[in-house]
Every structure is written in C-alpha cells, then in structure tokens.
Design a binder for this molecule. Structure first.
Ligand SMILES: Nc1ncnc2c1ncn2[C@@H]1O[C@H](COP(=O)(O)OP(=O)(O)OP(=O)(O)O)[C@@H](O)[C@H]1O
Ligand SMILES: [Mg+2]
Length: 407
C-alpha cells in the first residue's frame, strides 16, 4: 500500500495552479483578484507594467526602480495605491507569504489585485502612508531617533517586538523554508561565483582583528560556511516576514515585502535581522543601494563604522581594527530583539550553528569585491569573528552591540 501523498502547502498549491495557468484557481485559493494581460499593445516606449496599470484605470504618480522590482504609487478613483512589478513566480510567492503571514494576525497592507502582463505581474496593494511618503518605516523612525540621540518611542518598538514574540510561538520543524533563498541557495548563486571562483588575493590573506590573529582565512571561513549548508536537514522554523529590514517594517508593526514570509529557519531569520540592524540597514544598503531610499529620511551620518586597516608588508597580514559604535536606538532594539528570540528558543539559539547564517549575511548580500576597501574590511572582520568565535556567539553579539558603551 502506498502512503497518501502529503497535503500541499498553500504556497505549493498556488505555485501549482500558476504553473498550470489556472488563474481562476489562483484567484479562488488566494482570494485576490487576478486580471489578464490588458488588450492592446503598449506604445514603443511604454513598459508593460505601466501599460497594465493605465489600462486598468490607474494613474501612476511615483516610480522607483529597485534591485528586485519596479514599484511606486498609483491613484484610482481618487484613492492611492502602492504597486510592485515583479516576475510572475515571485508574485505568486508573495501572494502565498501575504496569505500565511497575514492570517496569523500580522498587520499587512491589503493586496487588492494581481495585474498579469506577458512578462511579469503588477501587484496592487492598499497604500500605507507610513510605508510610503509618510516617513514611518522603521528606517525613518531609527534615523530620527539616531539624530536626536534617543531610543525609539516605546509605542513603536513595543508592539513590533510583541508581534515578533507572538510569531516566535508559531514553531515547526521543517527541512526547507522560504528564507533558504538567502542562505543555502546563495552558496551556489553567490558564494562560489563571487568568491571561490575568483582569485582575489584578500581571500587567502592572514587577518588580525582587533589584535587577535584569526585562525582561519576568509576562504576557509567561506568553505566551512558552504559545507554547513550542504544538505542541511530539518531545522527549527518560526513564522516570520522572512526579510527583516528597516524598510520592510513600519509604524504600527506593519510588515511589507512578503515573498519569503512563512515558516522560516529561525537562525536565518535572526541573522537577517541582526545584520540589518547592526550594519546593513543603517549603513551599507543606503550607501550601496541609494535608489531604495528615495522616499526615506536621509541616512543618519553617524552610522558609518570606524575601521582602521594596516597591511604588514613583512608577513602580508591584514590588521583590522573595528570600532563600530551603534546608536542607543539601534543598540537597544538589537538587545531586545535578541532577548525575544532567546526567551522563545533558549540561549542555544545562539550556538555555533548561527555562525554560518551570520557569515552569509556579511558576505552574501553585497559582493565584497565591489565595496570600498574599508567596508570590505569591516565585513571581513565580522565574518571571521563570527566563524572563529562561534562557540561563544551570544557573548560576541552582545559585546559588538555594546561596543564603547556602558550597559
Ligand atoms: N503598501 C505600501 N504602501 C506604501 N508604501 C509601500 C507599501 N509597501 C511597500 N512600500 C514601500 O516600498 C518599498 C519597496 O517595497 P518592497 O519592499 O515590497 O519592494 P522590494 O522590491 O521587495 O524591495 P527590496 O527588495 O528593496 O526590499 C518599501 O520599503 C516601502 O517603503
Ligand atoms: Mg523591501
């Protein structure tokens, strides 16, 4: 007797219907209107997404070209909307994340329609002033608090942490999760082509971080990280938005950008949030992807880490002294976020298995080869510390957050 096939998840069922081009099925299962490609051809210089929006009665009022999407604002019947043009598969993934994450009591903007085109899909959402031009994303809130030297207002940070705490109670053990796209999958998509296949001299350089000689080179750290993700089995997963960053969360604990929302590898989730709040979201991403910040507050200019490097010509050793002082607002939020996760999962969440996830964030979001040498040195120092001090990561993370400040 054959065992019954396991029930498909909502994500898989939606993907299956979309694969079969059963759009009525997608609409029925997702509860979101799916419109066909509009009749008529766009003008020679009109992109498909704009043609779809105008054909269905929207007036485009703002556009931003991002790394993964074209997004912007559009009016219809006097009401503002947010739109996002993504690949057809990505739209179905985001629909699935939206449904699963929203059904668990998380605040998300209402997804109103999917406008299909012959290439991608325009997702039309309810416009949220806080996430749009109202400057209420976590990025905006942090920039203002950082400039003022204060903590985030408690009525903002409390509800956000409460939501994350409630989501941490929704635990399962799974052998794959949407967020694997940022970890196991990036080993082959990024780690190998970006670093292993390139012969950059700095990969094999001996490194001393804050006077501590590192027992491995960056190449050895990356090889160990790649090996960890090879055939990773069942893991603790938790309900999450799946791409925690300051621009994906906003005032009133609202979450957007849900293509990886669902039950996610908890260490991946924690590493993503840590990296964003510690260095990526306040400094690296605004510096290297400024287009994504055109509707946001000006970045806090005290966010840059201080970092001194010196090459010892005798031994070809790179000495990196890292002095990254977090603002009170970021330090407080990070400590409290770590508290939420460790209260839910115990201190063993910060065991050595977290190190490969942290390393992947430090080297797998931005290509280190394209960064200023000082920024590359910061990422190198952090990746090496996390890898080489992985038996005491709890202390390492808390010490990094507290650097230069009494607690
Ligand atoms: N419903 C909404 N109303 C107003 N603004 C929104 C809404 N949803 C998202 N935004 C704004 O648009 C930005 C981009 O949206 P989103 O993150 O979904 O796109 P993305 O292509 O996945 O971007 P990235 O890859 O840069 O995170 C958000 O950071 C937010 O500032
Ligand atoms: Mg986003």
């Amino acid at each position: 007797m054959t065992a019954p096939a396991p029930a498909l998840s909502l994500r898989e069922s939606l993907a299956e219907r979309a694969e079969e081009r059963d759009w009525a099925g997608v609409e029925a299962l997702g509860g979101v209107q799916v419109l066909p490609p509009p009749p008529g051809l766009p003008g020679p210089r009109t992109p498909l997404w704009r043609h779809a929006l105008t054909s269905w009665g929207y007036l485009v009022t703002g556009v931003s070209e991002l790394k993964n999407s074209t997004c912007g604002f559009a009016q219809r019947d006097g009401r503002p909307h947010f739109f996002k043009y993504v690949g057809a598969r990505n739209a179905i993934a985001e629909l699935a994340g939206y449904l699963e994450f929203g059904a668990a009591g998380n605040r998300v903007p209402t997804l109103l329609s999917l406008l299909r085109t012959d290439a991608g899909t325009v997702m039309v959402y309810e416009y949220l002033p806080s996430m749009g031009l109202g400057r209420g994303t976590l990025f905006d809130l942090l920039c203002r608090a950082e400039r003022a030297g204060t903590l985030l207002p408690e009525h903002e940070v409390g509800p956000l942490l409460d939501r994350i705490r409630a989501n941490c109670a929704r635990r399962t053990v799974r052998s794959s999760s949407p967020i694997d796209a940022f970890f196991a999958r990036r080993v082959t998509e990024r780690l190998i082509p970006w670093y292993v296949e390139r012969r950059r001299p700095w990969l094999d350089q001996p490194v001393v971080v804050d006077s501590v000689p590192q027992p491995t080179t960056l190449r050895e750290c990356l090889e160990g990280t790649a090996a960890y993700f090879d055939g990773l089995g069942p893991r603790e997963c938790v309900l999450s938005q799946g791409d925690f960053s300051e621009t994906n969360v906003g005032r009133g604990a609202v979450f957007v950008d849900l293509s990886n929302a669902g039950h996610n590898d908890v260490r991946g989730e924690l590493a993503t949030a840590f990296w964003s709040l510690f260095l990526g979201g306040g400094y690296l991403f605004p510096k290297y992807h400024p287009a994504a910040y055109r509707w946001r507050e000006a970045p806090f200019d005290g966010a840059a880490p201080r970092c001194a490097t010196r090459l010892d010509p005798r031994t070809a050793t790179l000495h990196i002294d890292l002095d990254h002082r977090l603002s009170p607002a970021r330090a407080d939020l990070l400590h409290r976020l770590l508290d939420v996760f460790t209260e839910a999962f115990g201190p063993e969440l910060l065991d050595r298995r977290l190190a490969p996830y942290l390393v992947m964030r430090a080297v797998g979001v931005l290509d280190l080869d394209t960064l200023d040498p000082a920024d590359r040195a910061v990422c190198t120092a952090l990746a090496l510390r996390w890898w080489n001090e992985r038996d005491d990561l709890g202390t390492v993370l808390r010490t990094l957050i507290d650097h230069g400040r009494p607690r």
